[in-house]
Design a protein. Sequence first.
Length: 269
Amino acid sequence: MNRDVIEVDLWKEIVPFRLYLLLLARATREDGRMVSGVPLKRGQYIRAYSKLVEDLGYREGRGEKQYSKSTIKRSVDKLVKKQLITVEETNVGTLFTLLNGEEIHSKGFVDFFCPSFRGTMTEPSKNEDDTKVEQNQEREKKEEKGMKEKDQLGEPLFEGKPDQTARMNAITERFLQLRNRGAVLSAKDINAIEKVARIEVPLEKLLNWMESIHANYQQKSPQQRIHSMAYYEAAIVTRLGKNEWQRKKTQKESLLDRIARLEMQGILQ
C-alpha cells in the first residue's frame, strides 16, 4: 500500500475507510464472474449488509464487536457521496461498483483523491444528483486538464492578493523541489502552505529555513524525504518560537522598563 494513504481525508473516517479497503480487496479482478447467478464486471462486489457486519467485525480488548447495519449503511452513503462507489440493490445482496479503483494502485491515494492543484475537494450538495457520476468525472478531467495548461503557461497556482499569491507560489515551488515526487498537492499540503505564507517573516528567510529543515532531516534519514508540507510548517513554527525566545533573552532591559517591572512586583513603592 502506498504510504500517502494517511494523507487523505478518508483516513480519518474509520468505518468508511475500512469498508472501502474491504471493497478494494474483494472486488472481482475480471469481467464475467458469476456470483449467485449475477454476472460481475471488473471492480464489482456483491454482498448483503448482514455479511458486511461480519466482515467488518473487530476486536476490542478480549471481545469481538460488530458495527450495526445502520452504521455500515451510513458509511456506504458517504462513499457514494464522495463518488468512490455506486450501489445497486439485487435479490441476492447489494452490488458495489468501485469507480476508478484501479487508479489507486498506479497513482497512490493522494494522487487519486486530490488530483493536481485542485485544492480541497468539496463534497457534492444534497440537491446534486448522485447518479450523474460519468458527467462529474468528465467535468473533473476537464478541470484538471485546464490546471495543467495554466501551469505550463506559468500562471500562478493560487489566486488572491498579489503579495500573498507570490509567497504561496514560491513556497509551493520550493516544497515540490525538495520533495521531488511529482507536482500533486493534497488539501493538507495546501492548508500548510497558506499558513506558512501568512507568517510575518521575509520570504527568503522562510525558503532558507525550508532548505535547512530538509538538510537536517536528510542527515537523520538519508534514504527518506519529507512528503508533507505540514512537517515544514511545524518545524518553522518551532524555529520561529525559538528565535523569539532568544530575542527576548538577549534584549537589554531599559531603565524605565526595569522601574515599571519592579513597581509591579511591589519592590518599589
